[in-house]
Ligand binder design. Sequence first.
Ligand SMILES: O=C(O)CCC(=O)C(=O)O
Ligand SMILES: [Fe+2]
Length: 339
Amino acid sequence: MDVERVQSIASLSNIHHTISTIPSEFIRSENEQPAATTIHGVVLEVPVINIGADNSDEEKVVSMIMEASRDWGIFQVVNHGIPNELISKLQKVGKEFFELPEEVKGLIAKTPESGIEGYGTSLQKEVGGKKGWVDHLFHKIWPPSAINYKFWPKNPPSYREVNEEYSKKIQEVSERLIKWLSLGLGLEEHEMKVAMGGENIIYLMKINYYPPCPRPDLALGVVAHTDMSLITILVPNEVQGLQVFKDDHWYDVKYIPNALIIHIGDQVEILSNGKYKAVYHRTTVNKENTRMSWPVFLEPNPEFEIGPIPKLITQENPSKYKTKKYKDYSYCKLNKLPQ
Ligand SMILES: O=C(O)CCC(=O)C(=O)O
Ligand SMILES: [Fe+2]
């Protein structure tokens, strides 16, 4: 199947110097256009939390994570234990993959049968027929039994080794975050993980590739959304672009070099019965530079049921969400059906 990649559209517009135009399906409606809807000149400083061994005050970490998850749905962690060199390597091999010729990348392209995994471009246009200025690659990285290596790039050759190392480190960080999210709700440290499906949590790597865009004032990368995941752990490259909706406005998020950006996803909002909030976010694109990002989505097994943790349902705080299988939740979300 031949699919037009945003990367090809972007390189064509560079060659022909059609600098001021982009295909109409990328032009957002006025109430979405970043130039018209972003608060300019302010960079939002989302909470930054030191989770390093040098920070021995665990109670403080728990309360900072609880407050950030309740009031923001997004925070950054520093001293997280993933070496900076490993993050650089992850970024390098991902960038090298996207710089390969289209026919090489096409070897691991998504097909209608392959589900979410593979190299692709959002085929499904959004409501109103609009498209995001972004290509992507999805592949599972954990647990080993869920991995389909056929969707992992073979080139560059070190891609697999780097991603396997990163997946181990991401799990270590996740285990700690999930424990703290649990304690922040007044639960025992293991209760949140059990409610997420324990050892059956699936880790899904996504690489977003946003090529330079002649009209970043009119286009969006990823349209406004909350992540369907439990939580998302993201590293961007150095190009600005992640925006968060806060107090009724869109703001750029200030990056801390080598921090991990944590999003609360829909499933943790549900598990917490609404105490933690999934963050509403979107991405903008850049005229000169290619932006990239590497979110890892932690997801329940498709057959696993997610609903508010029973202990968090009280007379004052009755259940706010239905309990349903994750596959049913994701079906409704992707097809824009009521939950
Ligand atoms: O590129 C980013 O910073 C965020 C991307 C994102 O929100 C997503 O892929 O769900
Ligand atoms: Fe997202």
